[in-house]
Write a protein that binds this ligand. Sequence first.
Ligand code: ZN
Length: 256
Amino acid sequence: MDISYHKKISKTCELIKKSTYSVAFTGAGISTESGIPDFRSPNGLWQRFRIVTYQEFIIDRKARNEFWKMKRELIQEIINAKPNNAHNALAELEKRGFLKYVITQNIDGLHQMAGNKSVIELHGNQRGSVCLDCEKVYPLEEVLKMLKEQELDLRCEVCGGIIKPTIVFFGEPMPEKELLMAQQIANKCELMFVIGTSLQVEPAASIPRIAYQNGAKLIFINKVQTEWDWIAEIIFYDSAGKVLKDILDVIKSEKF
Ligand code: ZN
C-alpha cells in the first residue's frame, strides 16, 4: 500500500496513541546524521579499516595495535558527536511517556546523551575500557591519554593485562543480560520503531521478528530496504531525524 508521507505520519501517531508499550530498536543509521560513520555503507569504516575480531584481539599483539590505531583516529569523532533530531525525538517521546525502552546496536552513547533513561546496549559502549585480567575500568578520557603516551597495545597499569574497550567485538558473544532483556521487551511490546538498521547482524536482528511474532506493529525508518521490510506495518525510506521530528511535532500539537 502506497500512502503519502503525511498519511504515514498521522497513522504512526495513531499507533503511538493506541499502544501502551512502545519501544525503539536502533542501529548505526540513526547516528550517521551525527557524524558517526556507519560500518556497511560505501564510505563506512570497513572501507577504511580491517575488522579486528575478538579472537585476534585476545591472541595477537599486531591486531591489538591495528585496533587501537583505528580507535586513535576515530576517538575525536566519537568525542565530538552530538545527538541529532532522531535521538532527541526518541528522548522526548520517552519523557512524555510514549516510549518505554530504546534497544540499540550502537556503542556511541548518543541515546543517553539525548536524555533517554531506559537504554539497552546490545553491543556494549565506548565510554570506557576494561583490563581483561583484573577488571580495572579505564574511562574514555584515560584511554585517550594512554593512546597519546603509550605503545598502541594498551596494557593495564596495575597488572599489565590487556585492555579492551567495553564494546562487543565481532566474534564475541553478546552480553547475555542485555540480550535477554531485549527479547523480553520485544515479547511484551505493542509497537516497535525499527530505525537505521539493515537487520543483518544476528542475534540482534531477531528482536524485531520476536515483536512481530507476538503481534506488535512495526514502523521501519530506514534509508534503504531490508529483507525484513515485509513485517513492517509502515515503512519510511527517509532520514530518521526528519521522520521522528515530524512525528513528534504532531504529538506535541495534539492532546494525547
Ligand atoms: Zn589489570
